[in-house]
Design a protein around this ligand. Sequence first.
Ligand SMILES: [Mn+2]
Length: 419
Amino acid sequence: MSEKPLTILHSSDWHLGHTLMGRRRHEEFTYFFDWLNGAIKEHDVDVLLISGDIFDSSMPSNHAQNLYFDFLTKVWQAGICRHIVVIAGNHDSPSLLNAPASLLKALSIHVVGCMTEHVEDEVLVLRDSTGVPELVVGAIPYLRERDIRVIGENDSAADREKQLITRTREHIRAVCDEALAQREKLAPQPPVVIMGHLHSSGSSVAEGDGTRALYVGSLVQIDADAYSPDCDYVALGHIHIPQAVGGKDFIRYSGSPLPMGFREDAQTKCVNLVRFAPERSIEQLLVPQYRRLLSITGDREGLLAQLAELVKSGEKIWLELIYDSTEPMGDLREQLNKAVAGSETEILRQRLADKSLPALKAEDLDEKLEDLDPAEVFRRRLDSKGVLADARPALIAAYNEILQQHYENDKNAVEGVEK
Ligand SMILES: [Mn+2]
C-alpha cells in the first residue's frame, strides 16, 4: 500500500440534461464538472464513485452525453483518479449506459447498468498502479421491478411491495457477501464499498414543487440493516439531500450536486470525500453553485421588497414567485418583470399560494401547462373532479407508480436484446 491514504469521492444524481421550466442548465453542469475536476486534483482522489441518475432521462440529448464523456475524458487525462465506477439510477437507461462499457473498462471506468444473473458481475476488485488490490466495490445498479420480482397474476399491492423489499434486501446482501468473500481472498485486504441507488427508510426528501414525485417516486424503502456491517462505506444515490442513513455514519447519500427544483434551494449541495488511512473518515465538500434557485413568497409589497434585495445582490438567480394574497394582482406581473429587467435575477415561474387560489383565477398568472409539475396537474385534476380527501392517497400512489414506470421505461433498449 502507498503511504497516502486511499481517497474516494462519492457523488450521485447529476441528472445531466435536466431542464427547469424549459431552461437548459448547461452552464451549471459545466461549472460543476470544472469544479469536480479541480477537487479530484486538490484532494488527490484515487477512486470516483457515481451512484446513479447520471442522466435525467433514458434518452439524454447529445449535449448531455457529450458532457458525460467529456468529463470522463478529462478525469482520465489528468491521470490522478485511477478508477471510476458508475451505476445506473432509475432515471438512466441501462442499455444506454452499458453500450460503451467495454471500451470504458479499458480506461478503468467501470459501468454497471443493470443486474445480471451473476452476482459477481456487480463486484469489482480495483487495483493500484502496481497491481496491489486497493478497493473492493459492490456496485448495485437501480433494481427494476422486472429484474427482481416474480410476477404473480393476482398479487395485491401490499404483496408486491413486500416481495420487492424482500428481493431487494436479498440482492443487497448477496452483493455484500460476495464483495466480503472476495476481500477475504486478497492480500492485503482492502476496504469494501457498496454502491446503490434506492430509497432508504427514514431518509429525508425535498417536499413540494413536484421534486418528490419526479425524483423519489414510489420506490420501496429499504432499511439500513440490509447492508452488512462489515462493509466500510455505502455510497448511495437517489435522494438529493446529503445525509447518513438509519443513524449509521458509514451509509451515506451524497445528494445531487445541483438543486433539481426550487424547493431544494435551501439545501447545501455536496460530494463526499472518504479516506481510509486505514481508519475511515468522511468529509463533505461543498459544491459551489453557478446559479441559485430560489422560491420567494409574499403579497405585492413583500415580493417587490424581496426582489429588490436579490437584484441588488448581483447574484445569478432563477426565481419562483408565489403570490400569497387574496387581493387582485392588477399590474403586479409587469411590476415584477420591471424590477428584474437587466439584472442577473430571472423569474422562471409565478404561481398562486394555496390560500390565494380560491380567490383568484389561475388566468391571473397567465399560467401554462409547462409551468406545472406532474403532481400539481394531477392534484388539480382531483380538485376539478371533486375527489374526496380520503380517496386521494390511493389515487396519488397509483399515479406516482405510473410516473415511475414512465421513467423506468428504457427507450434505448432494443426489444429482446435488453436483459
Ligand atoms: Mn433516482
